[in-house]
Write a protein that binds this ligand. Structure first.
Ligand code: ZN
Ligand code: ZN
Length: 172
């Protein structure tokens, strides 16, 4: 069973300027709420690669890479979806320099890996979570799954006589 890393003490590595270290860590990423649906992140412990370079002063240049899957309903066809995303994020923490070089995830030499991994994954997510990029979605008239119904699924102008009655009434 892998150990879960939430924070990592960069200072504890005792790197000198110009030195680097590559670490394989496991991070738990909190579920996402999108459009009122809950999307847990899989696996429960996401293996990630953290590259740490000590810069001058008390600074660090960091690179975080991992792959994670969200599990939940497809936003077009509502069938179960498990889209996988690749994350490659960088941070620079250079205390004593301008604010632009201070990472929100590094405080006193300790990296908040838990927060960074989740934010980095959030940035990698598309506007819609889909079962597959070319998902055809549901028929707007009858609600049939167009992935199953096929490309020739179509309707007459008035699919149900009751609806045509209603539209007649509206104009009376
Ligand atoms: Zn779909
Ligand atoms: Zn239809």
């Amino acid at each position: 069973m892998a150990l879960r890393t939430d924070t990592f003490d960069l200072g504890g590595l005792r790197l000198s300027a110009g030195e680097g270290r590559r670490l394989e860590l496991d991070v738990a990423i909190d579920p996402f709420l999108v459009g009122g649906e809950r999307y847990p992140v899989e696996p429960a412990l996401v293996p990630c690669r953290l590259d740490i370079s000590r810069t001058t002063g008390d600074g660090y240049a960091l690179r975080l890479r991992f792959e994670a899957t969200l599990a939940g309903p497809c936003m077009r066809c509502l069938e179960p979806a498990t889209p996988t995303f690749t994350v490659d994020a960088r941070e620079v923490s250079q205390p004593g320099e301008t604010d632009e070089l201070s990472s929100p995830y590094v405080h006193r030499g300790v990296l908040d890996l838990h927060a960074w991994a989740r934010d980095a994954l959030a940035l990698a997510l598309p506007a819609k979570l889909l079962c597959r990029p070319e998902c055809a979605g549901l028929c707007p008239i009858c609600g049939a799954d167009l992935n199953l119904a096929g490309a020739d699924h179509a309707h007459e102008q008035t699919p149900d006589p009751r609806w045509s009655k209603l539209s007649e009434l509206r104009f009376e």
